[in-house]
Design a protein around this ligand. Sequence first.
Ligand SMILES: *[C@@H]1O[C@H](CO)[C@@H](O)[C@H](O)[C@H]1NC(C)=O
Length: 491
Amino acid sequence: MNTVLPAIVLIFSLCHQAISIENKFPDDFLFGVASSAYQIEGGHDKRGETVLDHYQRLDPSIISDSSDAKIACDSYHKYHEDINLLEYLGVDFYRFSISWPRILPTGYSNKINPDGIRYYNNLIDGLISKNITPMVTIFHYDLPKPLQDLGGWFNPTTADLFEDYSKILFKNFGDRVKFWITLNANTWGYADPMFPPMLNLSGLGEYLCYKTILLAHAKAYHLYKKEFRDEQKGQVGLTIDGRWYHPATTSTNDIEAAERVREFLIGTLANPIFGEGDFPKVVKERVAELSHKENFLKSRLPQLSPEEVDFIKGSYDFLGLNSYTTYLIKDDRSKDNWDSFSESKDLGAKLYQDPEWPGSLSDWLKVVPWGLRGVLKWVKDKYNNPPVFITENGFSDSGELEDEGRIQYYKLHLEALLEAIHEDGVNVKGYAAWSLLDNFEWMVGYSEKFGLFHVDFSDPARPRTPKSSARWYKSFLTRRHLAAAAAKTEL
Ligand SMILES: *[C@@H]1O[C@H](CO)[C@@H](O)[C@H](O)[C@H]1NC(C)=O
């Protein structure tokens, strides 16, 4: 009998299968979209003042188009419509954030706003009625102003107040919310005067914030584990900035500089929680060495006590990464002997982007899909392959309805994500496109748009219109695989 033919058929079907698996996301992979309260809700008169509100009120010109977020997308009143848009897309989950000053107008736990509780109950119930899983960010850059008067993220008390606020959320919403992101962690405004609270304190500012953020996260995590997890059976993670840092050349110095920059800009938050505990070794050594040269009596990097290290270490169910772009890293320690200090001096490197990389409307956002694969592989290798959610990934333009650039961006990044999953074995569980709607893009106001849906901000009704990218994402979500990749992304 002819045994060759069945063998050929077998090989053919194996190859065929291999190709389709490579282009397919795992069956339990979750797709969603993301937003944040301050950027979309409006309804500012029904919540307390945030730090950004305060500075914007004092000087509207701090926002590049002198706009504000008082109404924004008016999702406070139009959340029903938002839920319908999510249903139209066919997403598995919706990542949104809860506004701290809407739940607690002064920031403190002694005065709860019942309308705030009602609003999020309605939103959560509406999502669940459409089979959309809520993923809640507890804090996304909307600190109540009274807490800034206490020093904000410089003050460790903020971690305790954050724990109280988290407890109120777990109590009120935890019966239905199974994914909690404690913080969308960043140090905006404490080390660069661009963002409120507009403090120019780099070299100390970032590090003080990191410590309070780590404690806030770990307190909420342990509170949930102790008082809520058995009954509510949810997961708690943290979202950090997942941009990628790639050596500019193959020189040992640049390779080491890129790794140093990753440890500073990813590892300071990730290593204490997901890694071996405490700030990364190279960060501790480098800041101590430079602090000494600068005649400080101690390192500018605050210490974590052994108890704090233990408390923070392992306090996660998943890691959230916001991934948009990549920087090239060139070793540069030429300022090591200066007596001024900053985090950028501590990095000992120049960060820049290749002018050849395709851009977006945002000057910082270059389209570098292989960077997504790079950061995913790095956290896998570094932190023993934790479960990861891409909690943001997106592209900016001026809001056109035919947004080919955004579709291309998503396609290329989903391809890179497939490679991370199938070729690098990264444990990625889900992906959230940023963002559902065009919205208030912080210091650039409404001048850079990231939405799948257009919002007409000149119309009081804030009508939403699907862009080409919304139709594309909807159609992708019915298939959940990509056409064979045109070219492999390369590291
Ligand atoms: C921030 O502080 C540094 C060091 O004091 C100074 O050189 C720089 O000009 C300041 N930047 C701004 C924007 O104020």
